[in-house]
Design a protein around this ligand. Sequence first.
Ligand SMILES: Cc1cc2nc3c(=O)[nH]c(=O)nc-3n(C[C@H](O)[C@H](O)[C@H](O)COP(=O)(O)OP(=O)(O)OC[C@H]3O[C@@H](n4cnc5c(N)ncnc54)[C@H](O)[C@@H]3O)c2cc1C
Length: 308
Amino acid sequence: MKSNHYECLIIGGGPAALQAGLFLGRASVNSLMIGIPEKSDLAYGRVIGNYFGCGNEAPGLTLLKNGVSQIKKYGVEILKEEVVSVEKMENKSQFKVLTETNKEFLADNIIIATGQAYIKAGLEGENEFLGKGVHTCVACDGIFYKNKKVAVIGAGSHALQEALELSAYTDKIAIFTQGEIPNWAKELEVLAKNKGIEIKNEIVKAVQGEKFVKKIILDSGQEELMDGIFIALGAASSITFAYKLGLEQKDGFITASREAETNIEGVWAAGGATGGNAQIAKSVGEGCNAAIGVIKKVKGLNQYIDQT
Ligand SMILES: Cc1cc2nc3c(=O)[nH]c(=O)nc-3n(C[C@H](O)[C@H](O)[C@H](O)COP(=O)(O)OP(=O)(O)OC[C@H]3O[C@@H](n4cnc5c(N)ncnc54)[C@H](O)[C@@H]3O)c2cc1C
């Protein structure tokens, strides 16, 4: 049977993750990349004109596809799924990573390359009540909602996972899919239904309150009393993982050194996840630095030279 243990696990599927994978593969570090390249921001770039060697005409998807072939050639495995949870194993220098279909992996090192974090839901009052009833991370703020009524907004696996984590605090949870057809993993849906989490296809339009949120307004005009709203659009973000692992962060981005190291040994962060210029060149540079850090650690090197 195939082992679920890797020397390095990359979370992400964009330029930062693929560049990291390329360096790791070439250095024969046993690595797995979990992420969906077609969901990278770059997949939406029709013509990439400012990235070295692209000849002013390569569409983003072509770059991503080429990147996937390159890292596969060097033996990096790819799993096209979302990661929903990461935790540090007790008394061990290893990390446990869980995917949306409940697959579990162990890794000695992790590179977080999940791009920029929080996706806004565009609710009226969302900005005004951010941190005062509107939240973006159950690991950070779920504890404030013991026995309270909460809504989770989203239609992907991340929304279900956030709702499941909230169920440790309250049993009054409803997920609003904002009229979207859910695209979450069935395994998580079964767990959520078993916990009595309601799934509603309605659209939340606004949040209202005074100092804190008191109610939500639906598209139909109907009002519902609500203590808290957790926005969980898209996938689990770098900030979700940062809270779970205790990584330093600032303004919604993971804090990393020039070498892409975080404050936790064995965890690197690269690309949009660390903020700064939203450019391919910046992401691949940091992906490269993160991978070199991992290679040096795994191989016990002071200096890295690509001898492939
Ligand atoms: C329309 C458009 C045009 C652009 N044009 C240019 C351009 O011309 N030049 C340029 O330099 N830049 C351009 N950009 C910006 C560029 O795409 C980004 O800077 C770059 O893609 C960031 O790379 P990244 O790897 O850090 O993050 P991303 O590309 O955002 O990749 C993040 C990856 O992580 C995955 N992920 C997220 N959460 C999870 C999870 N929980 N589990 C597993 N995987 C997860 C995502 O699915 C995605 O695959 C453009 C962006 C857009 C939207």
